[in-house]
Ligand binder design. Structure first.
Ligand SMILES: Cc1cc2nc3c(=O)[nH]c(=O)nc-3n(C[C@H](O)[C@H](O)[C@H](O)COP(=O)(O)O)c2cc1C
Length: 412
């Protein structure tokens, strides 16, 4: 697991730009990037989803200090070729901004870009993502979809862009609410879109569903290659950037920055869904072990019989990707895999607490789906009074532990 330090490459052979990577590879780093203690991250994200804050357009921004027309992307960007069975170099930290021409609302989400030479790149978008919906709507009107790929964004934008919001909800508004102030945007120079003014690099162009590229194999968050087939090609009219731009790389595949940026955002969205369904949720985790996509752990506060199962069905109904759900009590940190295993070992009776739902619809990225469906599994690992009269945890007296902690602190 690449939990190491953030890395910066100052001299990339054949490139003027420097590259950075491995920035947000833990929840602690993501929270720090937002100026928050880790424990406050989920609630802050839930509030941001609910509130939103309109971006504020400014006249100029650092992301437009330099401009290049019809950019040769391979030459301009130090984009890595990551894995041996992939067939090209990829931009992996590109947050793509687009606009719904009907509602006038914006969208911002990640999609990988495979560089094809010159000003062309294939954009790999799951068909159910809103960016794909906007591209199909533009195509139905006989248009190409204007897009702006923004690279090197603030963590608030990076988290907001991976939230599952409703179609028409603008992730840049959520990014502003996460930041605590309106996100400053600038107008692009060759397309009618506003982009984060303080990002490092912007690629302005159009996405054409009529021009397709066969991607062949691509790595997924679960660590295996997927053959997704063909994807639409974008052509870029202009590249703008900071004069000292850093090219951000998010290591794709089963690596914690990729899994956790998604996992943190998906978990917050699920917690919000459960609150809306009146489930007494404390925190939801979608951690690295479950690839930041496939497994969720729900920690409930005091709850009534049946609420763990209600939580499971609400989550499956909300996010296709989630396959396995474990429900634990409030004394278990859902992000701590050992604590979750401890709760399952101690509190779950498989004949009663295991729920298997065969034949449920899943996402195209599910590694072992068949005909688009998979069995979903729920484990209720919460305490039951009927199982034993006393669940008291055997722990040393708190005052002794406090004295030990104070002594240790004095010795350090
Ligand atoms: C680092 C990272 C890379 C991602 N790459 C892709 C991708 O290549 N294709 C894709 O469809 N989704 C990708 N995603 C997931 C989408 O960004 C995410 O599902 C988003 O919510 C979709 O938003 P939309 O429905 O508004 O378009 C990625 C997420 C992360 C965190």
């Amino acid at each position: 697991m690449a939990t190491g330090p953030a890395v910066q490459f100052d001299a990339v052979k054949g490139h003027a730009l420097r590259a950075v990577g491995n920035l947000l590879n833990s929840r602690e780093r993501i929270a720090a990037g937002l100026g928050l203690p880790t424990g406050a991250l989920q609630q802050r994200t839930i509030n941001a989803i609910a509130q939103g804050l309109q971006p504020r357009r400014v006249a100029t921004g650092p992301c437009q200090e330099i401009g290049v027309d019809a950019p040769d992307l391979v030459r301009e960007l130090p984009a890595p070729h990551f894995f041996p069975q992939e067939t090209g170099a990829y931009i992996t930290a590109g947050v793509i901004v687009a606009l719904d021409r009907v509602t006038g609302r914006g969208n911002a989400s990640y999609a990988r870009l495979k560089l094809l030479g010159g000003d062309r790149a294939m954009v790999g978008i799951a068909p159910n993502h809103h960016l794909a919906v906007l591209a199909r709507a533009a195509h139905a009107r006989g248009d190409k979809l204007e897009i702006a790929v923004t690279i090197g964004n603030h963590p608030a934008v990076l988290i907001a862009a991976t939230l599952y919001l409703r179609l028409g909800d603008d992730e840049l508004e959520t990014a502003g609410a996460l930041l605590g102030e309106a996100l400053e945007t600038v107008r692009c120079q060759t397309v009618s879109l506003d982009v984060p003014a303080h990002c490092e690099i912007v690629l302005e162009g159009t996405l054409d569903l009529d021009e397709q590229h066969e991607e062949q194999l691509v790595s997924e968050y679960h660590g295996i290659y997927e053959p997704y087939g063909s994807g639409p090609v974008a052509r870029f009219t202009r590249l703008t950037r900071r004069s000292d731009a850093l090219f951000q790389v998010i290591q794709p595949g089963y690596y914690p920055e990729h899994t956790l940026i998604g996992g943190v955002a998906i978990a917050a969205g699920l917690a919000q869904t459960l609150r809306a369904a009146a489930v007494p949720v404390r925190e939801v985790a979608v951690g690295h072990g479950g690839c930041g996509r496939l497994d969720a752990v729900v920690s409930l506060g005091a709850h009534r019989p049946g609420e763990p199962r209600k939580a499971m069905f609400a989550i499956w109904g909300h996010v296709n990707l989630i396959k396995n759900i474990t429900v634990v009590d409030e004394d278990v940190d859902p992000w701590d895999a050992a604590q979750v295993a401890w709760a399952v070992a101690k509190r779950m009776r498989a004949d009663r607490d295991l729920l298997i739902v065969p034949g449920a619809r899943t996402d195209r990225s599910e590694p072992i789906k068949q005909d688009g469906v998979i069995a979903k599994m729920g484990m209720d690992a919460t305490r039951r009074q009927a199982d034993r009269p006393d669940w008291t945890r055997a722990l040393p007296p708190p005052e002794v532990m406090q004295r030990v902690a104070a002594r240790r602190e004095a010795l350090e």
